[in-house]
Design a protein around this ligand. Structure first.
Ligand code: XMP
Length: 507
């Protein structure tokens, strides 16, 4: 395990993903909660931070825990902190801007960290302080035109500080630098592959679950599907999957996905609960109220289905690594407020022990693991889809007829994205039924019908997003098909808002 200590940088997760891409396992831990060190940890990476080392509440750690005991790579704030806290080191506010693109002006070719990285290599800077004076026993190993100490190392130690961010895409040799550190300097072997993960996870699950029965709610999404497949490999028929039709899925999705699951050999039960959801949603227009109603009915339906399986011991969930990384608060310590449930009042399935076989994986790794187990591409390559489904894409109250209209519109949109080859360039797409009517003309007749909005965005994690610049000809074709084929719609608009300030969904 490579230990990545987080000082709160927005790039810390990227460091971890780059290390994983080298097929080496790593974990992120907050700087103030260092896990027990042992032989499995052969190297440490210190992240950047929004703080300056001179800030009153700047994060502090005891570097003697690691230095001279194992290789250390300190990035940005980490490099400044290490210089600042070492004898003779001096870090000051920079009088030059040190943000964005820069190129290496000199590189110490004898330094193992810079193997195969030469003068001219582009690096990405993002810092306001600079290392003004190097600590005792340290030397410069790389410079840019503006920054003399772009990288430094200590004599007789495998300890390195770098001012730039090797983890970002714009540092063109960043991956090489991380490989030099992780593989050559720390000596990690590159055996964290999807295939090895599957073998390891399956044997751990067998040992943990033995002959116990496990319950899992499938959603049609990537995470729950891959989790199900892993568990199926481990415990076969003892995995009981439940797939609920809430009546808010895409056109034909329930039937198609259920079919795929059966083809995958999963022991899955489909539950048609459409009417229960429509009844609970009747007359509700407020987005949060819709979410609450859907959540409540889902728990009822799932609990009822769960009771049909006797003697279940475990509930499996498709939790992935970004959901469990403990983030450090940059605004000082803040209490994590957890909602405490009244245990007596919980539905029975919630009292089960929880097993989360994907807890260690990033999303892209989940897909690779799924691929290794032959999970069909139509499940792995699928866009994210919100739990409340089309309910939060129908503005205003929900009826089964509105759902049917939106399903037709959405189907035309998504089918065209697929047939034009744009589907995989889009992170998420969907249609929104607007509670707006407008005048149109069809043939010689005046119409007064609803408008729909189309939304397609690019993103990497859903936290920020930009609207997709889909070709006008494609948008034109989609608009024509929708208006000609879907009765009740006479106008199509395209959403060109980014997130922030807008969100991906309209509700
Ligand atoms: P927003 O609209 O907040 O969406 O930009 C970000 C991502 O989250 C999805 N989303 C949801 N997923 N339950 C979910 O499971 C929800 O209530 C929900 N609301 C939004 C949205 O589809 C996008 O991928």
């Amino acid at each position: 395990t490579v230990l990545i200590l987080d000082f709160g940088s927005q790039y810390t997760q990227l460091i971890a993903r780059r290390v994983r891409e080298l097929n080496v396992y790593c974990e992120i831990h907050p700087y103030n909660k260092i896990p027990k060190l042992g032989d499995h940890i052969k190297g440490v990476v210190l992240s950047g931070s929004p703080f300056s080392v001179h800030d009153e509440n700047a994060p502090q750690i005891d570097l003697t825990l690691f230095r001279t005991k194992m290789p250390v790579l300190a990035v940005c704030y980490g490099a400044q902190y290490m210089a600042h806290t070492s004898e003779n080191g001096d870090v000051r506010k920079s009088d030059k801007r040190e943000y964005g693109r820069a190129n290496l002006r000199s590189v110490d070719s004898a330094c193992s960290l810079f193997k195969n990285i030469g003068v001219g290599s582009q690096v990405w800077m993002s810092h306001g302080d600079t290392i003004f004076h190097l600590p005792k026993n340290a030397k410069v190993v790389a410079s840019t035109s503006d920054v003399d100490v772009a990288a430094y190392s200590f004599d007789d130690e495998k300890t390195y500080g770098i001012q730039f961010h090797p983890e970002v895409y714009h540092s063109t040799d960043g991956k090489q630098l991380l490989q030099n550190f992780i593989v050559d300097i720390c000596g990690y072997s590159q055996n964290w592959t999807p295939h090895n993960f599957v073998e390891m996870a399956v044997s751990e699950l067998i040992e943990k679950l033995k002959d116990d029965k496990v319950l899992l709610g499938l959603s049609g999404g990537v995470d729950s599907s891959v989790a199900a497949m892993l568990l199926h490999k481990a415990i076969g028929e003892n995995l009981y999957c439940i797939f609920v039709d809430n009546g808010l899925l895409r056109k034909n999705e329930y039937e198609e996905v259920l079919h795929s699951y059966k083809d995958m050999g999963l022991n899955v039960r489909g539950v048609d609960a459409k009417e229960k959801f429509y009844d609970a949603l009747a007359g509700i227009s407020d987005p949060e109220e819709k979410r609450k109603a859907i959540g409540r009915i889902f728990i009822d339906v799932f609990d009822e289905a769960a009771h049909q399986v006797k003697d279940v011991k475990w509930l499996a969930q498709g939790t992935i690594y970004p959901d469990v990384i403990e983030s450090i608060s940059v605004n000082g310590p803040s209490a994590t407020i957890k909602s405490h449930h009244n245990v007596g009042g919980l539905p029975d399935f919630m009292k089960l022990k929880v097993v989360e076989p994907l807890r260690a994986l990033f999303k892209d790794e989940v897909r690779l693991v799924g691929k290794d187990m032959d999970v069909p591409q139509e499940i792995l390559g699928r866009h994210p889809f919100p739990g409340p489904g089309l309910a939060i894409r129908i503005l205003g109250d929900i009826t089964s007829e509105k759902v049917r209209i939106l399903q037709e519109v959405d189907h035309i949109f998504i089918s065209n994205l697929k047939s034009s080859g744009e589907y995989d360039n889009v992170w998420q797409a969907g249609a929104i039924l607007l509670p707006v009517q407008s005048v149109g003309v069809m043939g010689d007749e005046r119409t007064y019908e609803n408008a729909v909005a189309l939304r397609a965005v690019t993103s990497t994690d859903g936290m920020t997003a930009d609207w997709c610049h889909l070709p006008y000809t494609l948008l034109g074709k989609i608009s024509n098909e929708i208006i000609n084929r879907v009765k009740g719609i006479n106008r199509v608009v395209y959403d060109i808002s980014s997130k922030p300030p807008a969100t991906i969904e309209w509700e």
